[in-house]
Design a protein around this ligand. Structure first.
Ligand code: ADP
Ligand code: MG
Length: 677
């Protein structure tokens, strides 16, 4: 029944079915789980003599309905709404069918905004339906849904009302003791109330229950994963103090306190024969690479192998170079290898042979690392940089190259608020690098509109005159008919022919060949070019300390977290960095952009982004809509803690998951998509 198509519902034909599928609603189950995004309260029925401005519902007769065209394309229907206390005018625009549909003898509910319009008190475009005990579109708390062309909230309400009998029969998904102890309503009740609340407390109760479910399911999945992971056996990597001291002595800088703490934690983790499963969260520039290298150091000194995977070739090459320099003073740099897509097959084969012979102990690479025929029998540590860029499958593939379960370390620059980390990544231990090295100056960020460009160009020129370099970031490669935003090609042309004629300019984007990209990047690092016009391919990790200016075209097209990442590409040396956020037009800047101007703190920005866009959109889990929490408010720590505690109890009590069919299936799915093993 729940899997039935929408056309089995009264009033839904193939056409409407198609429109619903645009909303991702393909079955009755989907429709039931298509939750309103907000509500409008029209539940109080008032007397006409007593109404005030604002949302009102009146029960009365509608008479004298007359429709006419005021001019071409503008039709007006006027009518008089009367109850026992008085009467008012009501007006509809462009609903020519109205007048004929009204029965003068019938009693109606009319809901809408009572307001002053053209010097008259009226309700404009009210919803109206025959008065009944079970109205869909009037006289109640009206759910408002996310819509698409051809579907109104009215349509959705009417259709959902048809399936209330089905909703009422939905099985409970939770053990009774959880509902009792956490004071939750039943699942079917929650699903009915989310669409048909009678009182506002109903909405709250329904959201509580459905939000609890989301967090509970995720927690259960991650706890089960964690338990399973803890039963695996890993290679125990002994801590060698002298080696660590030697490494630190040779660094060109002092480790921050935060780096020391995290490295120490990792050393403790890998010194056990159960696999480490740790995520290091650190804002851009917090120095994650050296932390990972220190972890790797212990592993390779024991004769085991380390794989370090990065999302782009540019980044992998840069990491290889950095790590090479870090290992050189210890005489360990010859153990390092690199594998990336643009290498010739001969070069790749050489690296693969060296890997399988065990001569290469530390391999840095891109996705090329997960090719079938890369063998690493002694792989004991997997490091994934910018882990949010990889899918679960890719991680799994890399991990599976080891004979024993390798220790796992993921690095991410996307700061994840605690509440979320606990929920999404429950099976991971999280370390936070909450300190940035040395005396780095906060980047000066400004919002620029197309008509204040010249002032900005002056500032840019004075930076370039000092020998510094600039990134220009565009949302597109080529101009597109679909999206009106500046492209790399267009801006490249404009800058090199006009605005910065006398500078060396290059462009970079993802459609270019690997070698070409590397050359362009290398030229920029070698200061052969002053300005690099690029897509977001440079977003992740790239380190060019001489580059002090970033201009982001159509900044309003990017997400907050992404903008912060991009900005992290500059101000990496000791010089002042400048970031210009160019608006696509002269409309007012969004709260997102303003937040960026006022803060350089990735954590603060992440919290804000979370509240603006929801977790799915931010943490790269959006490809898995399943992981998106729609109901649970992530700032509701009480709910999250409670759901998590219940999930622990569920496991400790040895409750049999198979008994709860819906829960079982959800958890199974979540375990697969959230799992890191
Ligand atoms: P991210 O955390 O963004 O990956 P990186 O590891 O790329 O940061 O480090 C950014 C820069 O900071 C690099 O040039 C690195 O050498 C430098 N760095 C790392 N740790 C320190 C430190 N403790 N003091 C000074 N510079 C550091
Ligand atoms: Mg990095």
């Amino acid at each position: 029944m729940l899997n039935d198509s929408l056309t089995t519902i009264k009033g839904v034909g193939p056409e409407l079915e198609n429109k619903f599928s645009l909303l991702g609603v393909n079955s009755i189950f989907d429709l039931i789980n298509y939750f309103p995004k907000r509500y409008e309260d029209y539940s109080v029925v008032s007397k006409i003599s007593e109404i005030k401005f604002g949302k009102v519902t009146i029960k009365g007769h509608v008479r004298d309905a007359k429709g006419r065209y005021v001019r071409r394309g503008l039709h007006i229907t006027e009518a008089v709404l009367t109850d026992e206390s008085g009467s008012i005018k009501i007006v509809w625009f462009n609903q020519p069918y109205r007048a004929n549909a009204i029965k003068s003898s019938a009693e109606y509910f009319v809901s809408g905004n009572f307001e002053l319009s053209n010097n008259r008190l009226t309700i404009m475009n009210p919803s109206m339906e025959l008065a009944s005990d079970f109205p869909a579109n009037t006289a109640r708390i009206l759910p408002v849904y996310k819509l698409t062309k051809g579907i109104t909230s009215n349509t959705i309400r009417k259709i959902v009302r048809e399936i209330v009998p089905i909703i009422r029969k939905i099985d409970e998904s939770m053990p009774e003791w959880i509902l009792r102890e956490s004071n939750l309503i039943s699942r079917s009740q929650a699903l009915e109330l989310i669409h048909f609340p009678e009182k506002s407390v109903d909405i709250q109760r329904a959201q509580e229950r459905l939000g609890f479910d989301e967090v509970f399911e995720l927690s259960l999945a991650s706890l089960l994963n964690k338990n399973e992971n803890n039963q695996e056996h890993s290679l125990k990597i002994e801590f060698k103090q002298e080696l660590a001291i030697e490494f630190v002595k040779n660094l060109p800088f002092e480790l921050t306190q935060a780096q020391r703490k995290v490295v120490w934690q990792i050393y403790k983790d890998i010194d056990l024969s159960k696999p480490m499963n740790r995520m290091v969260e650190g804002d851009v520039g917090s120095g994650k690479t050296v932390v990972a290298t220190m972890a790797a150091l212990m592993v390779i000194s024991e004769g085991y192998q380390v794989a370090f995977m990065a999302p782009t070739e540019i980044l992998a090459r840069q990491h290889a170079q950095t790590i090479y320099e870090l290992l050189k003073p210890l005489g360990m740099s010859e153990k390092l290898g690199l594998i990336v897509g643009s290498m010739t097959s001969k070069e790749k084969q050489y690296v693969k042979d060296e890997l399988s012979l065990g001569n290469i102990k530390f391999i840095v690479g891109t996705h090329a690392l997960i090719e079938e025929n890369v063998k690493m029998e002694k792989l004991a540590l997997v490091v994934i940089d910018e882990q949010q860029r990889f899918g679960v499958e890719q991680r799994k593939k890399l991990m599976s190259k080891a004979t024993e379960m390798p220790h796992f370390l993921s690095l991410t620059a996307t700061p994840i608020p605690r509440s979320l980390a606990l929920t999404f990544f429950g099976e991971l231990d999280v370390s936070i690098l909450d300190e940035k090295p040395n005396i780095r100056k906060p980047i000066i960020t400004e919002i620029v509109s197309p008509n204040t460009k010249l002032e900005m160009y002056k500032n840019i020129n004075s930076e370039l005159d000092k020998g510094h370099q600039m990134f220009v970031i565009c949302p597109l490669i080529t101009d597109s008919a679909v999206m009106d935003a500046n492209s790399v090609e267009k801006i490249y042309k404009q800058l090199s022919e006009k605005d910065f004629k006398n500078r060396n300019i290059a462009m970079l984007h993802g459609k270019m060949k690997g070698d070409e990209k590397n050359k362009i990047m290398q030229d920029f690092i070698d200061k052969k070019t002053d300005i690099l016009v690029s897509t977001t391919v440079i977003e992740v990790g790239v380190d060019v300390p001489n580059s002090t200016v970033m201009l982001i075209e159509a900044a309003d097209r990017f997400g907050l977290a992404q903008l912060h990442q991009l900005r992290g590409r500059i101000g990496r040396g000791s010089d002042q960095g400048y970031c210009y956020l160019m608006l696509s037009d002269s409309s007012a800047p969004s709260p997102r952009l303003r937040a960026l101007v006022s803060s350089n703190d990735g954590f603060k920005l992440a919290e804000l982004d979370l509240s603006l866009r929801g977790p799915g959109a931010i943490y790269g889990v959006s490809q898995h809509g399943e992981l998106d929490l729609r109901m649970a408010k992530l700032d509701n720590l009480t709910l999250i803690k409670n759901a998590r505690k219940r999930a622990e109890e569920f496991i400790n009590k040895n409750n049999d998951l198979k008994q709860y069919e819906y829960l079982y299936n959800r958890v199974k799915k979540l375990r697969i998509i959230s799992n890191l093993n």
